[in-house]
Write a protein that binds this ligand. Structure first.
Ligand SMILES: [Fe+2]
Length: 222
């Protein structure tokens, strides 16, 4: 599986395929992540209070000259010390990343994961799109999290026409754009999830801001 933040694929699917519309769920425990296995769920939002030490570490990372790190995390082999070295000696960040990787690896049955952290001002993927992946865990350590659309407001035919180049929103007029709050974890189901073709979560990066955004993505690699 590619370690890429934005693997665009035009959405497909007929109205019949969408008889049971994709939906999102909010959970407040890691056990709740298992709801991603519900056939009609394409987004699980893990609402969490990360605590003061992690918040402070993330703030320091956002204000540093950090740019990007990509790490192959092998569960059972990759330890906290390695991640601490990679992430500016920030123990709280290293511990959180390892816990997220372990939980997500357990969820999707992967022992190897691609971990990426990027600090940036410009959006990575400004256009709404779906990803040709199994699933991805995403969280913003600083700045806004990803934006997404509820299925009842989606016009997937517009997404197909856009071919990923247009910033026209593939939704019916006046519908709200949802934003994942900072530090919450979004488990996004992609087009390659069994039975999810044409039902991948439609999402994008939030608009540019004066404040650096620190984005974490975790992808299963095996
Ligand atoms: Fe994406």
């Amino acid at each position: 599986m590619q370690l890429s933040t934005c693997d665009f694929v035009p959405a497909t699917g007929t109205p019949a395929d969408r008889a049971c519309s994709p939906r999102s769920v909010n959970v407040d425990t890691v056990q709740g992540w298992a709801q991603l296995y519900e056939p009609d769920v394409n987004l699980v939002v893990y609402e969490r209070d990360p605590g003061a030490s992690l918040r402070q570490a993330c703030e320091e990372l956002a204000n540093s000259d950090f740019s990007e790190r990509r790490v192959l995390v092998e569960l059972g082999k990759t330890g906290c010390a390695l991640l601490t070295d990679l992430f500016l000696g920030q123990d709280a960040i290293a511990l959180d990343l390892l816990q997220l990787c372990e939980a997500f690896g357990d969820l999707v049955g992967a022992r190897a994961l691609g971990l990426r952290i990027i600090r940036q001002l410009a959006p990575t993927c400004p256009a709404f799109h779906v990803d040709r992946i199994l699933a991805r865990a995403v969280t913003a350590y600083a700045g806004s999290g990803s934006q997404w659309l509820e299925e009842r407001h989606v016009d997937r035919s517009a997404l197909r026409r856009n071919q990923g180049e247009s910033h026209r929103t593939p939704m019916h007029g006046g519908a709200p754009i949802q934003t994942i709050p900072s530090m919450h974890v979004a488990l996004m189901k992609g087009e390659a999830w069994p039975g999810n073709s044409g039902r991948g979560l439609i999402h994008r990066s939030p608009p540019a801001s004066d404040r650096p955004r620190v984005l974490v993505t975790i992808d299963p690699l095996d």
